[in-house]
Ligand binder design. Structure first.
Ligand SMILES: NC(=O)c1ccc[n+]([C@@H]2O[C@H](COP(=O)([O-])OP(=O)(O)OC[C@H]3O[C@@H](n4cnc5c(N)ncnc54)[C@H](OP(=O)(O)O)[C@@H]3O)[C@@H](O)[C@H]2O)c1
Length: 293
């Protein structure tokens, strides 16, 4: 049987680089990593030319405009990268009968301010910031154009590569801040599931081996506030710093964020391929791999 060709867009990002590791040397795949220098997904002609040279069976798009606060002052860019480029990719994949994998976000939720139980895939989305709106529009382009797609919503990613768009990730930011500040304030009223990109990459590998196309939630098990996340990082790395728990109302940011955006990996569990660990286990492995512990 011929190996499947998988193009990974955003290949040197946090998730992209872990996907390369998770899928390389695994039969029956040939991996084609595409960095931003190799492909510009917002330019349809360039995207078509690059993908035509590969003729992929599967396109995994991990590329995004990830800066949630900047998206408020640059909605054009958020919509172009996170929504419209995915329309182009969906049209391409439909035409070529390829499978499209689009990575979405827990920030498609947030409208329900009283929510305190995890969202499943059939819950109605309702974003409250430009980034979330742009990711949701990206989902709808994929869902409405392609037949063979996996839309995968995830949350609070951290990976060895760090996100260039965000200048690292929450963990690297906290550890940097601890070097220069005596006291750090972190919000206690936004609840998420921090997710190690290596765990997510493995889960994506299990999912794309199936043909159970559709919308999935894939985050670490368990939940915490950003404050609890930071506290755990400092405890595990034995970092001596004062950490103060504050409400979001005391933290100025351009974008509003959901107070609760925990996702339940309902459909992965139903399918019998669920493989996500608790976020603390992922965090421990990440810190070890980075040499922080
Ligand atoms: N990070 C999170 O906490 C989080 C949470 C939920 C969902 N997600 C979603 O998960 C996915 C992966 O996130 P991540 O943190 O792994 O991202 P990342 O580390 O920021 O990587 C994104 C990659 O995409 C590339 N890229 C950006 N714009 C592009 C364009 N127009 N054309 C081609 N490549 C482009 C970037 O290259 P350059 O840096 O060179 O531009 C970068 O290598 C994204 O879809 C994101 O929306 C992320």
């Amino acid at each position: 049987m011929k190996n499947k060709k998988i193009a990974i867009i955003g290949a040197n990002g946090q998730l992209g680089s872990d996907l390369q590791k998770a899928l390389s040397d695994k039969l029956p795949y040939n991996i084609y990593p595409l960095t931003h220098a190799d492909i510009e997904i917002t330019k349809q002609d360039n995207m078509v030319e690059v993908l035509d040279n590969i003729q992929p069976d599967v396109v995994i798009n991990t590329a995004a405009y990830n800066n949630v606060d900047e998206s408020e002052s640059n909605p054009q860019k958020a919509l172009l990268v996170n929504s419209i480029a995915n329309k182009y990719l969906a049209e391409y994949c439909k035409k070529k009968n390829s499978i499209l994998v689009y990575i979405s976000s827990d920030y498609v939720f947030g409208f329900d301010e009283k929510r305190n139980i995890p969202y499943i895939e059939s819950d109605y989305p309702g974003p409250i910031n430009t980034y979330g709106i742009s990711k949701l529009a990206g989902e709808y382009f994929v869902l409405s154009i392609c037949k063979k797609y996996f839309v995968i919503r995830t949350s609070g990613l951290f990976g060895i590569a760090g996100s260039s768009g965000k200048g690292g990730n929450f963990i690297t930011t906290m550890l940097q801040l601890a070097k220069v500040k005596k006291e750090i304030s972190v919000v206690n009223d936004q609840i998420i599931s921090p997710t190690y990109t290596r765990d997510l990459a493995k889960q994506i590998h299990y999912l794309i081996r199936t043909s159970a196309f559709g919308l999935y939630h894939a985050t670490s098990e368990g939940q915490c506030s950003w404050y609890e996340f930071a506290k755990t990082i400092f405890r595990l790395t034995k970092t001596a710093v004062l950490i103060r728990s504050i409400p979001s109302s005391l933290y100025q940011s351009a974008a509003k964020r959901p107070s609760y955006s925990v996702l339940e990996n309902h459909k992965l569990k139903k399918l019998g391929i669920h493989n996500m660990r608790n976020w603390k286990e992922g965090l421990y492995d990440y810190l070890q791999e980075k040499g922080y512990i």
